[in-house]
Ligand binder design. Sequence first.
Ligand code: FE2
Length: 390
Amino acid sequence: MNKVREFYAPGKIIFGSESLNQIGVEAKRLGSKALVVLGRSAMKKSGALDRLTYSLKKNNLKYTIYENIPSDPTVETVDEGANLARKGNCNLVIALGGGSVLDTGKAISAMLTNEGSVADYQEIEGKGRKFQHKPIPFIAIPTTSGTGSEATRNAVITNTKLDLKKSIRDPWLIPEVALVDPELTLSLPPRITAICGGDALTHCIESYLGKKNQEITDALALHAIGLIGKSLVKTVKEGKNLEARKDMSMAAFMSGLCLSNSGLGAAHALSHPLGVYYKIPHGLSCAVLLPYVMEYNLPIVTKRLAKIAECLGENISSLSETEAAHRAVEKIKEMLSAVGIKENLSEWKIKEKDFSQLIKGAKGGSLNNNPRDTSDEDLIKLLYKMTGLY
Ligand SMILES: [Fe+2]
């Protein structure tokens, strides 16, 4: 088997409390006029936007603000933003927000140097064009701890005309700078904190277990799993605990490096159509699926699952490898339950008649990377468990 691997990461990573105040200095290194991409209002209310613009002004940078990015950015969201940046002669994009805002900023930076609409570049079978030119510099500033978009090479964009949600993907899309300031996550509500944390945890575990695992991401994944084990429950119960928030911000960033370089697995594969057809929050469906997928994979990746149990602080010294692997699954279930994530999605009323459509939507890269191959029957069994219909 060809084990040659590649690893990409942002050009510069700035991590720490109050690092947002460095944005002006960083931006000045990369451009003179920024398009600042924002979500609805959280960053305005918290004062983070004021801090960002103050730092830009102090460093003599001009900026245009593009705000109200929806939670599922569309082709139009990106194309309009690119037009605004073009009109304003922006030579730099800064995105401050959750995964959707970061994905939008990332896509806009690419569309400023590549012709056409972002729809032309989506991964749609037989269509997706390749980017011909390097994007303008992009700085990603996450305000949640989950998607890892600040470290990844893809952006998920909804194509309403084709009723599809598809990525654009290229190593060029990795942010030039990832600026991770854990203080920005202090005001996240408990439910969002739990769901985002579940997403980050799933990235780490799926990439560590996946077929494309590699030494660099293995190290990152195991460390991040340890951080999540230590601090996920704390961040949900004590939102203002900065030390715990730091752990989750670091873990989410590392989870982005893991997924971007080593891929994901069946939990992400099935979460994708569940988001498209039932609008289930991505992190929630990933988290609910995670223990079932781990159980399914257990016979193939027993040793790796045992290692996960160890990272989560379980004493496995007296256990067999298989027992230790089961402990990892149980520990994940306990953690998810402690943060209010239920064992199934019964309240979403997912219908059995939609299973074939959901399975069709799950096919592709993430599923192919799952350590244990999956037949349609296997996926149906997983869906029965996670929907609560069995
Ligand atoms: Fe994810």
